[in-house]
Every structure is written in C-alpha cells, then in structure tokens.
Write a protein of this length. Structure first.
Length: 392
C-alpha cells in the first residue's frame, strides 16, 4: 500500500425532489448572483430549469443563464460564459446537467476569477490561482465531475481535447435526484454506466501497492454498476437502479477507489480523449471501443490485477493458467459491453480512422501525457499507435 491523500469536500443532497434545495445550498456558500449553465432543451422541457430558478428566487438569489453545453464541451462556450460572468458580476456558477455542463462550468469558474488565459490551464502551462464557487444539479450519472477535481474541455480549433485537475473547482454541493436521469436515451444511460466503470478500472489496474479495503470497495462498485446497467437496459424507469448508478458515478471519480493504489492508469481515457476530439464521439462509447484492445496489450504486465478482476468482478472460475483467466475476464467484460449495446471496436463505434489518423491520434495522446501514460503498463507513442490499430 502507498501513502495517499483523500479530499472530498462536496456536500451531497440525494433523493427525490432534491433540486428544491438548490437555493439553500447556494445561499449557504454565500452566493448572491448565479450563472446557471446547462446543455440542451431537456432541462427546459422537463421543468427542471424552472424549478431551479424558483428555488434560487425563494432565497433572494439573482441569476443569469447560459445554455448550449454539448458533449465534448467547447472552449468557445467557456469564453462566452466567462464574459457573461464578468459582465453580470456573478459570484457563483451552477451547472445543471451532466459532465459536459459541469466541466464547462468549472472552466468558466476558473476564467471568471483568474485573469490568465483559461486554455493555458488545460495545456498545463500554468496553475489556476482562483475560481468562483461551483455547484451542481446532476441530470446524468456518468462523469463523476459532480464530486471530482477534474474537467475536460475541447478546443474548437483542431478539436483538441484536454483535461485539467485542481481542487479549486471541486463543487461545493451536488444535488442528486435519480428521477432526473429517467428521461435519458438508453444509449446515453449505457454510456454513463461505461464511464463510471472505467473511472474505477483506471484506478484498479495499477502496478504497485494495493489496499485490500480499496480493492474490495472498487470491486463491489463495479459489480453493482454492471448489475444495475442490465436492469436499466430492460427497465429504464427503475428508480432504485437509477439511484445505485448515480451514487456509484460519484464514488467512482472522487478518489475513493484509488486510495493506496500507488497511482492511476487512465491510459484508456487518454486514448479516448484524442479519439473523441478527432471524431466527436460519445465519451463512454469511445472508452468501450478501445478498452479491450488496451487490456489485451497490457494485461501480461499487470497479470495479478487482471486475474483478480476476472474472478472477483466477472465471476470467472479459477480454471486454467493466470493468462487464460485474465483473457477470459477481458472477454467477459467485452461481452458485458455488448449486452448494453456499447461498441467494442472503433468500427462498431462508427469511425474508421486511416493509418495516418491513427498515427496522429497516438502523437496527440503522447503529447498530452507528456510523452508517456499508464501504470498497468507504461505506454509510449508507438504503444498507443498499436492499440489504436488493434481497436479498429
């Protein structure tokens, strides 16, 4: 086991009707004028945005609004939000939506309080010195951004996708009503479940020290998400399954499942970020499309973890050599992805990059990672290129 620090300052308000507490939460953090940031029209059509407005008004809190957040949230909208926040002298950013709206809201919070170029943060040229407070009304269980220090933004020019982590942007509160996720398309629900699983798997498949309690928590979380994903495939309105997945999404990315594990892998995320940037694909689907190829490329270098994963998460029987068990686990995970209609290759994802594009993807992935990425197996540019080839 390795030394670790665990920091989760986000206040969670969970359950039916939880969005009615939004105004009280903002007021508790000193907010007096709020920028409400959201995505498309679903929060309007469902009446959620109106309920959030009413909750703020009931506490005497003024608000302005900026919609338009999209999957792979754009830097251009972040700039628009920064300008609006400064013009209106807002002192609190409220994201109403899923990971895209939350990540965009975090970037706006940086830019509204910190005078430097916000994209420099995502290029890791400098560190943020300040950020407005951020709160969340969650509508999609997926990214875990509602309790994490991370955000991912896509630069419109060149569709370059980059992530940045800083505790300044951890949301002060997260309102979680599982009912708000019931209007999601089945595909989006499945993408969300995949992202949740991957956030835990990225911390699970590491070389180094491990902690039994952390491993057991991670395995229970993954088993739970897989079980509930099947339930939601067949019964999308199941409240209890929605609640389990929503809570798992937060726990998967607030650092809990990495405590003592000696470093995160996140190579699959790195590979997908470039794929998502180039082809604008759904994040969860992109992760599923490359994971199996990544796993086959690295499992021999992290064999004990893959064997444990196969046995404890996927129920693979301990028959055969460790390598055989590990491969059966990878195959079982891919079978699960297919069972919830997720792709297991780039072709199934709907993209067929040329060799030149795969070379470019590998170059960008390596550059974004500072030359190398991974813990299960450290990957360099040529390794990344080979994984993209395998994932075609």
């Amino acid at each position: 086991m390795y030394n670790f620090q665990y920091y989760t300052p986000t206040q969670v308000v969970f359950g039916k009707g939880a969005e009615q507490e939004t105004g009280k939460q903002v007021k508790a953090w000193g907010g007096t004028k709020v920028l409400i940031h959201y995505g498309g029209g679903s929060v309007v059509r469902s009446g959620l945005l109106a309920r959030v407005r009413e909750s703020l008004q009931a506490e005497g809190i003024a608000s302005v609004e900026l919609g338009g957040a999209v999957p792979n949230p754009r830097l251009s909208l972040v700039y628009e939000g920064i300008a609006l926040a400064k013009q209106e002298a807002v002192d609190f950013i409220l994201a109403v939506g899923g990971g895209s709206a939350i990540d965009s809201a975090k970037a706006i919070a940086y830019g509204a309080a910190d005078e430097g170029e916000v994209w420099d943060l995502y290029e890791h040229i400098r560190q943020a010195k300040a950020a407005l407070f951020v709160g969340v009304v969650l509508t999609i269980a997926a990214s875990g951004s509602e309790m994490s220090s991370s955000s991912v933004i896509t630069k419109d020019e060149g569709m370059v996708k980059r992530g940045y982590n800083n505790n300044l942007c951890r949301p002060k509160f997260a309102i979680m009503n599982p009912e708000l996720t019931m209007t999601l398309p089945d595909y989006q629900t499945a993408c969300g479940c995949t992202d949740i699983l991957m956030h835990t798997m990225e911390r699970y498949f590491t070389n180094g020290g491990n902690m039994e309690l952390t491993d057991t928590l991670a395995e229970a979380l993954m088993r739970t998400v897989m079980k509930q994903a099947i339930i939601l495939r067949d019964d999308p309105k199941n409240y209890d399954a929605r609640a389990e997945v929503m809570w798992a999404g937060s726990l998967s990315h607030n650092g809990l499942t990495g405590c003592g594990n000696g470093g995160d892998d996140f190579a699959t995320h790195g590979l997908e970020h470039e794929l998502g940037g180039m082809f604008d694909v759904a994040h969860g689907a992109g992760l599923a499309a490359v994971w199996g190829s990544w796993a086959r490329y690295v499992y021999r270098d992290c064999l004990p973890r893959f064997v444990r994963f196969a046995k404890e998460v996927l129920g693979v029987k301990a028959d055969g050599t460790p390598e055989e068990i590990a491969v059966k686990g990878i195959e079982a995970m891919e079978a699960f992805f297919r069972s919830i209609h997720m792709p297991t290759s780039m072709k199934e994802l709907g993209v067929e990059p040329t060799d030149e594009q795969m070379r470019r993807l590998a170059q960008m992935c390596a550059a974004a990672a500072g030359g190398k990425k991974g813990s299960a197996k450290v990957l360099y540019e040529e390794d990344m290129y080979r994984i993209y080839q395998m994932a075609r």
